[in-house]
Design a protein around this ligand. Structure first.
Ligand code: ME8
Length: 662
């Protein structure tokens, strides 16, 4: 571990604001968060930057379509991106917007340095331009389509400032040679080296055809080319011209998708070299998540959204799947089937089951206190050896960003512990002194193994690992635990277990997929009746109590009231819904049929207490889905107190099920 905290500065791309985040963006940001947590556990002082790329013709058009000024449009979009990262627990330590004044100043300063050093000149450029990717396609002819996105290119001629990229062929090749780890993975490095060896043309870095951009001082109507603008955001986020004060620059790691590797490994280091500024240490380009073999993208409309998955299975499940199922650096297919299968097998049956089984056995046999191990058998020592060896392997793989490997090693150890418990059968041992001692050894060994795998999996499973850590009676915050000190044998006997918590409840695959898809559909095609998509927004409830009351300014006629058909219903079954803390799923007899209705009363009513209860039900409400579960009707309740606590209606006399309320 570094003596004095060494800095580690990493970044995600600065995402475009002409759309909202999907699983592809979430992937990069999750990986950045995993690295951030991991590096902190290795003693580094970490700063992670993310942000929004807000200039260019796409935004200009999107704002026009929305009928609002660009500045208002991008402010709304930036808020939405930031809010989603907050909601998912992966916010940047810095969130830079390319419309921030400090960024504007940094871009203008970088340009000035490049110009003063003789790497910028004025000229004309005519070329084929992709307005969607904001890039001239140098090899294209008029009438061609964009090789990246397939849409028609436009012929554009304009007066530009040019950057002498051609002067950087040799410096870049020398730099790649001296810093073989600069471009990762190796396949990408080879691609970039051949590209640069093929010759570099000067690059136009200002535009006069675009209005919505950072102005070139004294040269209006020139604005900066979006990539000269966007790449600089990494530097403006941590001090810009005063970067030395903050001490973060150069970046240790730029995480990007393979689509934007050339900008990061050719243009960006060349701009910095021209300005005589330090060059980042590494650019890591991961692969794409594909949907039906095509790159998922906002423009193609084949996107997978993070929120419905998180609502159904939890953020840790999504994080685990993204890192476990795809080899970092390669492309991967996204499938809900694979996601739910992994959830059930590795999280519910794997870690979740081991934790609850171990805790229950310690609770029952040792009054909830970690037992003291006795003499060790060969099986115990073998397991200890496997777990100890896993520590080194996992750290090595995290260092190499081989996340799938690291997780595979952790889960092999979890499987070994499961097997150990099954073969040692501590539950079958009796109360003799020898049996008690054996039980103590077996359970201490399993708990110690659990402590080790929990610490190792924290960067990927921050919420659940923290829960298991607390369950094991560990008081230190797991995020601050130093992995360099992790050794087999540190679990102190005698400490009481913490509160037990639900971890990864098993889900039915078909139902889970249906609900995720249905929530995604609600989010992509919101209807006025559908609940607000944000998980932070109050959940739609299916009771009149918590549903927002419409502002009633005028009185209504009896004919309006008669449109609402309310009947006495009797609750037959009630259960909680995985992934929806506020909702209960009820079946209600309304006299003519039994209906499934979701009600937002889970925080105030125990499901069992409701069985047999008679309530007022709105029966002619159009069916809708709440958190992906069909709800056909609405239970009426009073809304009490400032928090709107729902109180169900009741009848003081015997009433017939199905009787109409008038
Ligand atoms: O390119 N699979 O922004 P962007 C995996 N503003 N990762 C994906 C993905 C997918 N299907 N789709 C997107 C831009 N990504 C520029 C960046 S940086 C100075 C400027 C991720 O909103 C991946 O990291 O199009 C990719 O590089 C990035 O989102 C592109 O985001």
């Amino acid at each position: 571990m570094p003596e004095k905290k060494e800095k580690f500065y990493l970044t995600t791309p600065i995402y475009y604001t002409n759309g909202l985040p999907h699983i592809g963006h979430t992937y990069t940001t999750v990986v950045a968060d995993v690295i951030r947590r991991y590096k902190r556990m290795r003693g580094y002082d970490v700063v992670m930057t993310t942000g929004t790329d807000e200039h260019g013709v796409n935004v200009e058009r999107a704002a026009k379509k929305a009928g609002i000024p660009e500045s208002e449009f991008v402010a709304k979009m930036a808020d939405a991106w930031r809010a989603l990262w907050d909601e998912l627990g992966i916010p940047g330590d810095e969130f830079i917007r390319t419309t921030d004044l400090k960024h504007v100043r940094t871009v203008q300063w970088l340009f000035k340095l490049c110009k003063e050093n003789g790497y910028v000149y004025k000229g004309h450029y005519t070329g084929q331009y992709c307005i969607y990717d904001n890039a001239f396609v140098t090899e294209a002819k008029p009438g061609d389509n964009c090789p990246d996105c397939g849409r028609p290119l436009e012929t554009v001629t304009e007066e530009n400032y040019f950057f002498k990229l051609s002067s950087f062929q040799k410096p870049l090749l020398d730099f790649y040679k001296k810093n073989p780890d600069f471009i990762q993975p190796d396949t990408r490095r080879n691609e970039i080296i051949s590209f640069v060896e093929g010759g570099l043309k000067d690059l136009s870095i200002t535009r006069t055809t675009i209005r919505w951009g950072i102005p070139v001082p004294g040269e209006e109507p020139h604005v900066f080319y979006v990539w000269f603008d966007a790449l600089t955001a990494y530097l403006s986020a941590v001090g810009g011209p005063e970067y030395e004060k903050r001490g973060c620059w150069p970046a240790d790691l730029h995480l990007v998708g393979k689509d934007i590797i050339r900008f990061h490994t050719v243009y960006w280091p060349a701009f910095l070299m021209a300005a005589m500024l330090p060059v980042p240490k590494q650019v890591w380009a991961h692969g794409w998540f594909l949907m039906d073999a095509a790159k998922m993208s906002k423009s193609k409309g084949n996107v997978v959204l993070p929120r419905p998955i998180v609502n159904m299975l939890g953020m840790d499940a999504l994080r685990y799947f993204l890192l476990r199922d795809v080899v970092f650096g390669q492309d991967g297919n996204f499938s809900y089937d694979a996601l739910v299968t992994r959830y059930n097998s590795d999280l519910a049956n794997g870690l979740g089951n081991l934790a609850s089984r171990t805790a229950a056995l310690i609770e029952k046999n040792f009054a909830g206190k970690i037992p003291k191990p006795g003499a060790l058998k060969a099986e115990d020592e073998a397991l200890a050896k496997e777990a100890q060896a896993a520590i080194g392997e996992v750290l090595e793989n995290f260092d190499k960003l081989s996340f799938a490997r690291a997780l595979e090693t952790i889960w092999t150890v979890i499987a070994a512990a499961d097997k150990f418990l099954t073969s040692e059968q501590p539950w079958a041992l009796g109360n003799s002194e020898a049996d008690q001692a054996r039980k103590a050894t077996v359970l201490w060994t399993t708990a110690e193994l659990l402590r080790i795998v929990t610490a190792l999996s924290f960067p990927v499973l921050p919420d659940s690992a923290a829960k298991v850590w607390t369950l094991l009676g560990q008081s230190e915050a797991l995020g601050k635990f130093e992995l360099d000190g992790l050794r087999w044998g540190q679990l102190a006997p005698g400490i009481p277990l913490g509160k037990s918590q639900t971890l990864f409840p098993r889900v039915d695959k078909t139902e889970a997929i249906e609900r995720i898809e249905s929530m995604a559909n609600e989010e992509l095609n919101p209807t006025p009746a559908a609940p607000a998509p944000a998980a932070s927004a109050p959940a739609a409830t299916g009771t009149s109590a918590a549903a927002a009351a419409p502002a009633v300014s005028d009185k209504i006629g009896i004919e309006d009231f008669a449109k609402v058909e309310m009947r006495v219903g009797q609750i037959k079954t009630a259960e909680r819904i995985v992934g929806a803390d506020k909702l209960l799923k009820l079946t209600v007899d309304i006299g003519t049929e039994i209906r499934q209705i979701c009600a937002g009363i889970a925080q105030y009513y125990e499901p069992e207490s409701l069985i047999g209860r008679k309530v007022a039900v709105v029966v002619n409400l159009a069916p809708r889905k709440l958190r992906g579960v069909e709800s056909n009707g609405m239970i009426v309740a009073a809304s009490v107190g400032p928090e709107g606590r729902p109180v169900l209606t009741g009848f003081h006399e015997e009433v017939e099920v199905g009787a109409r309320l008038k």
